[in-house]
Design a protein around this ligand. Structure first.
Ligand SMILES: [Zn+2]
Length: 262
């Protein structure tokens, strides 16, 4: 079994965008920061803070001292492949409690072979079942891509057990709400003002509002749910101009979350 290493990437330094492009175009990295002990052919998982396990790759060159970075080793990476949706640290902690690194995942590390196998299993499973892997307890710590993918999960066929179907429905509707609030990022999607207060769990207070009545043709979908401040939400339901106001919300939402985009 090849050794597996956990390495780091950033968002603001351009790593995320570069990895997306590299995965698409089949490009290799010349010198990623890696543990000193890597060998050609080893597996690496690239972790991005704020997102989670974002991509997998293989070590392509022996490690070398990086001249631009004191006491850091670099190595070439090949076979860069995105993990979609990326696995949030909430899911990593729940699934692999023995991976202590996940409590403070800021360093590069080489987990033990037993833990490495669990990391491989987690990523294999994510690539196979996607966001259906999420549990309800993951939602508060899930990343936006996971939430969006869970919000778009298909209903299970009638052949699945009632328990499974209900669980799926519940996960889906909770994910839609969590995704919409995450998408709003603390500002009302109706009037753009900041959320009026922060909740006890440290998240901004906004209310999800369905712009299409579910009884009509409105499927439960992120493109039909908007995050509103309490004022806008009351206005959408109780104001004299509620109908016009809702029409404006639908217009705004079409720009925020185009229906056709999956
Ligand atoms: Zn508002």
């Amino acid at each position: 079994m090849r050794t597996l290493h956990l390495v780091q990437g950033g968002i603001s330094n351009g790593d995320q965008a570069w990895l997306e492009k590299a995965a698409r175009d089949g490009r290799n990295a010349k010198r990623w920061v890696v543990p000193k002990g890597v060998a050609v052919g080893d597996d690496v998982i690239i972790f991005i803070r704020g997102i989670g396990f974002f991509a997998s790759a293989r070590i392509k060159t022996p490690p070398f001292l990086r001249l631009d970075w004191a006491n850091r080793y670099g190595a070439g990476l090949c076979g860069i492949k995105l993990i979609e949706p990326a696995v949030s640290v909430a899911v990593i902690r729940r699934t692999i409690p023995d991976l202590i690194w996940a409590n403070y995942p800021r360093s590069i590390t080489t987990p033990t072979p037993a833990i490495a196998e669990q990391v491989r299993e987690l990523i294999r499973e994510r690539r196979k079942v996607g966001a259906a892997q999420l549990e309800e307890s993951d939602l508060s710590g899930a990343n936006l891509d996971e939430l969006r993918a869970a919000a778009l999960l298909k209903r299970l066929p009638a052949t699945a057990s009632i328990k499974e179907r209900l669980r799926r429905e519940y996960l889906r509707s909770r994910s839609i709400h969590a995704y919409v609030l995450g998408r709003a990022n603390g500002a009302c999607e109706g009037c753009s003002s900041l959320a009026p207060f922060v909740k006890a769990d440290n998240t901004p207070y906004l209310e999800p509002h369905h712009t299409t009545r579910m009884a009509d043709d409105g499927p439960d979908h992120p493109a039909h749910v908007i995050a509103l401040c309490p004022n806008c939400h009351r206005r959408a339901h109780s104001s004299k101009d509620a109908e016009d106001f809702n029409a404006k919300l639908i217009e705004r939402l079409a720009r925020i979350e185009p229906v056709g985009e999956r």
